[in-house]
Write a protein that binds this ligand. Sequence first.
Ligand code: SF4
Length: 197
Amino acid sequence: MSDTLVYRIGGAIYINLTNKCTNNCTFCLREKHDGVNGYHLRLSKDPEARDVIAALEKESDVSESVFCGLGEPTMRLETLLEVAAYLKARGSHVRLNTNGQGSAYAGRDIAPALKGLVDTVSVSLNASDAAKYDTVCQSIYGKEGYRHMLDFARSCIAQGIETVLSVVDVIGPDEIAKCRKIADDMGARLRVRHYIE
Ligand code: SF4
């Protein structure tokens, strides 16, 4: 079976760049599932940009595209940028779903590189403080992972990239209110997602 590099949910085309991640979230779909919406998203190897672009060439509608698979897309930054450039050339609105630790992983601020290629960044905020975040997300950066994530979101905003912070509804109303204040103070929008079992 060939790897699923692109898949469709609703009207959008999704791009699956890696199964690696700097987090190990307790709620991650990777723990119990091989994919989403009936798509098998386990990769035998990380794809090259040309492989992803070849898969996208077969898609007639790429007006909405999302970098989101069973892993963290920014760990494949160069591939992501090359594919995003291809998508922008086709007039796509490009969204990146990320844990926000891409700059820490790259060892430099990656938001300037995303500017002009990624229209919207959706960053998983997940919690209102570093301790809670670390309990849930178990980043390789420990409690610093939370700061890295917030710094990345702020940097995206500074670059003029539409930035959304996301939480899942299971954290409860008090925690959601605290997360909303973090988003408001930063100038980001908060998105409360329904938790998928
Ligand atoms: S950040 Fe996403 S891909 Fe990574 S472990 Fe958490 S839920 Fe899974």
